[in-house]
Structures are given as structure tokens and as C-alpha cells.
Design a protein around this ligand. Structure first.
Ligand code: IPE
Ligand code: IPE
Ligand code: MG
Length: 240
């Protein structure tokens, strides 16, 4: 019987290094984002092939508003094109599109594209394509805390009954399995406000490769590396 460490259901990615990839080629930064979008669907194809149910992608953080307006505009334009290009494919493959983060601050056009993708795929269950947009994990935890406090205030929840599951239930990931593997590209070894609660027992891989250069072969190698890991969850190894 498969134990926890033999299954890989949920991969979370921090797609980093688009700007440096472009700079290396004397291109404007936004062309790094354009090329980066091409890797997204390829990565998702690998997930499907390896029967990984959920792919969570960090596409825009709450801190990314600190960037030049033109870069932000390009980024959202590329994301819109991505969804327009791939929505039919998601429908064919039974992929549910999910978004995490406060999308109300996104350009209206982007919000419309996302709403349509979500509506058209809401009943699918084969795979989940979960994209973090205007997402910040600290903000997500503040939101969860407020919701829980409100339930207590309204007499719907007893303080004594608050546990780890209560918090999980109030996160954007409430309907998803735990993150098994988190990969960050581009050599930065930090979380940058990503899934602070959800990554408690995930395996981490940090690779030097810039996201636009992160091809199927390297992703597959990361997945193979995951299966070599010994997830002990504070207990003792089950490996012989
Ligand atoms: C990741 O690449 C994409 C986003 C954050 C939107 P970057 O744009 O951060 O690329 P670098 O880190 O500057 O190279
Ligand atoms: C994290 O990358 C956010 C995304 C990949 C969307 P950043 O490039 O924004 O993070 P820092 O600034 O290096 O921490
Ligand atoms: Mg970066």
C-alpha cells in the first residue's frame, strides 16, 4: 500500500527569474514573463502525465505591486493570453481552474478572463490548476483569523474547538490536498510570502535555473528527487 511519501498529489511552484533571464539576453524584462508563460503549460502537462492532481503557481504576489506599472500591465496581459489560449484544453482535460489571492485589485479585463475560466471549469475534478494572483500568505492568514474571530463572535464556534483544521479551512487551499513539494527557481532561497502555513511539512527544492529555462526534463528530475526523500513527519523512517 502506498504510504504518504510515495504519493505526490500537490506541487507548488515559485516561478522566479523571468527578469534576469531577459536581462541575460539583453531583452526587456517583460519578454521574460512572456517566455515564462510558455513553461507553465509544459509544466502542467508533466503533472498530468505523472498523475499529480494539483499544481499551485505563484504568478503575482501582494508585493509585486512595487514594480513599474508597465511591467505589471505586461504581466497581466500575458496571463490573459495564457488563459484564452488554454481554456479549451483545460475543458478537454477536465481541469478545474482555481485562483488564490485578492483578485479584486487586478485589472477588470484580467478579472473577467479569470471569472470565465473559473466558471467554465468549475465542475471538473481530474486536475486543479491553482494560480496565486495578488496573493500574500500573511494577508491570507489575517483574512482567516478575521473570519474565525467572526464565527466566535457570532457564537458559531467555541474557542476551545479551534485547531489546525479550523485554520486550514479558512485558507484559499481549503479544498486541496497538502502541498507535497515546493520548487523555487532562480536561486533565491526564500518563500517571499508564499504558503507559510501550507508548507509546514512540504519538501523543498531550490534550483538555480531561471523559470523560462525550467523545462520538462528538470521538472521531472525534481519529481524523481522528491521520491528519494524520506518524509518522516517527526516520526521515524519507514524506509528500510
Ligand atoms: C518571476 O520573475 C515573475 C514574477 C515575480 C511575477 P521575476 O520578475 O521576479 O524575475 P527576477 O527575479 O527579477 O529575475
Ligand atoms: C516571488 O518572486 C513572487 C512570484 C514569483 C510571483 P519575487 O521575485 O517577487 O520575490 P522576491 O522579491 O525575490 O522576494
Ligand atoms: Mg524575482
Amino acid at each position: 500500500m502506498a504510504n504518504k511519501q510515495e504519493t505526490l498529489q500537490h506541487v507548488a511552484l515559485i516561478m522566479d527569474g523571468n527578469g534576469r533571464w531577459a536581462k541575460q539576453r539583453n531583452l526587456p524584462r517583460h519578454l521574460g514573463h512572456k517566455e515564462g508563460c510558455e513553461r507553465i503549460i509544459e509544466t502542467f502537462e508533466v503533472c498530468k502525465k505523472r498523475n499529480i492532481k494539483v499544481l499551485t503557481l505563484y504568478a503575482f504576489s501582494t508585493e509585486n505591486w512595487n514594480r513599474p506599472k508597465a511591467e505589471i500591465r505586461h504581466l497581466f496581459n500575458y496571463l490573459e493570453s495564457f488563459f484564452k489560449k488554454n481554456i479549451k484544453k483545460f475543458e478537454r482535460d477536465g481541469v478545474r481552474v482555481q485562483v488564490m489571492g485578492d483578485v479584486t485589485r487586478l485589472p477588470l479585463k484580467t478579472q473577467k478572463t479569470l471569472e470565465e475560466a473559473i466558471a467554465r471549469t468549475k465542475d471538473f475534478d481530474n486536475f486543479v490548476f491553482n494560480i496565486a494572483l495578488n496573493y500574500g500568505s500573511q494577508q491570507e492568514l489575517v483574512k482567516a483569523t478575521k473570519e474565525i474571530a467572526k464565527e466566535v463572535q457570532d457564537g458559531k464556534l467555541d474557542i476551545q474547538d479551534i485547531n489546525e483544521d479550523t485554520i486550514s479551512k479558512h485558507l484559499y487551499t481549503h479544498n486541496l490536498p497538502p502541498v507535497d513539494l515546493m520548487i523555487r527557481t532562480s536561486g533565491e532561497c526564500r518563500l517571499s510570502n508564499y504558503l507559510l502555513y501550507q508548507l509546514a511539512y512540504s519538501e523543498f527544492i531550490f534550483t538555480e535555473t531561471y523559470w523560462p529555462d525550467f523545462k520538462e526534463k528538470e521538472f521531472e528530475a525534481c519529481l524523481d528527487e522528491y521520491y528519494k526523500r524520506d518524509r518522516r513527519y517527526g516520526g521515524l523512517s519507514k524506509k528500510k
